[in-house]
Design a protein around this ligand. Sequence first.
Ligand code: FES
Ligand SMILES: [Fe+2]
Length: 459
Amino acid sequence: MLDLSNIAAVFAQRKPGHALPQALYNSPDVLAFDLEAIFGQSWILAGFTCEIPRPRGTLALTVGASPVVITRDRDGELKAFHNSCRHRGAQVCADGASARARLTCPYHQWVYGLDGKLVHAKNMQESFDPSQHGLKPIHLEEVAGAIFVCMADRAPAFDRFRAHLEPLLAPHRLNEAKLAHQNTLVEKGNWKLVMENARECYHCAVGHPELALTFPVGEARGDHFAKEGDPRHAAYEARLAACGLQKGPYDGPWWQVERFPLREGQVSLTMDGQPAVKKLMIAGEEPDVGSLRWAIEPHSFCHSTADTTVYFSAMPTARNETLVTCKWLVHQDAVEGVDYDVERLTDLWNITNRQDRDLVELNQRGVNSLGYEPGPYCEDSESYVMRFTDWYCDKAQDFIAARTGLDLRPRAINEVPSLAETFSNVIPFVSDSPTMAETAVSALALADVAPLEQRPDAL
Ligand code: FES
Ligand SMILES: [Fe+2]
């Protein structure tokens, strides 16, 4: 059971606009909290419909520490479940895609249908009710060939995200794609350091000389996304209009969608900037449409160029270890060795990911220092990092507040509760732990939230 008062005290130390307090990057308790409060409560980009293209198939993955499985039934309908057997909890399907009509637990061979219902459990006593022991369903949404799952009881609102992503992503025809390659990389760093690194290009000009040939790395605050007044802007917009492609940008609290041009003359995110696949994913023959960046908090981003879609996902595996999964999609008719070469398709991101791994590991080692003190983000070049950490802290504090009533975010003066009000919320939880009241008081102090009667400017 998580001690949320201790976690709240850590969040109370956070200085907006600054890197996070040390414990948020290296405490085992915070990792357990993140798995439940963040990964357990968010939409996760789990994979793509082309990974289970035919009826009767499954796609399994591990979200944080929770195995989940997506099924496609004989009518083609997608569903998602906790991938944990209702007997003694074993993981039913190994991670990855598979064609199958039944899900059989490898431990004692309980058998589930693709609808999650338990259809066979050998030798069970007469009183056993199979209808009460189906796999537990989780939320699933599909948008233009991308599959999202959420393990929360009440998933975050999805409709606005769908409305904005769908028209930009649909022209990339992910439903007619195939998985050309995937790989994983273990990074010895906390997942938030991996994601912070992935949300900025402040480090790219020096850290990624290969990526810098195609990706407009040097420009701040998304200005590489071609603004009005830039002569490239009109030409780029004309090309997009001719292809019927929208540009955006659109964003919400946990997502961003935007199409942007690559460097002049570069049309794909490859080592030489030229397409890696002869058969394009988008309709038509115009390869120079830039990249559609679609990014989902807490764990992923994708780049969809005319020829390929690259997926990046970061999953925490330990307090200072993260598993990065990359997937490359190409058109289903593209033939390996004829239309594309896997090495050429994957080279740039493999090099970039290894460079990023080294930077993340460097970051984690320094963050572990006794001398670590969170420094200020660059507002221009790290605006997406600030978005990420703001979102993370908001989401975490919403979770804490919903379970304890303890809301330690800085507020406007006339919204600051009295100490008595605060403790009237905390008291039901304090009874479990004699140290919690003390912790809550110190957390208030750390949050710089004085009781109302002590504030000279309070009315
Ligand atoms: S744990 Fe699955 S059948 Fe026993
Ligand atoms: Fe990087």
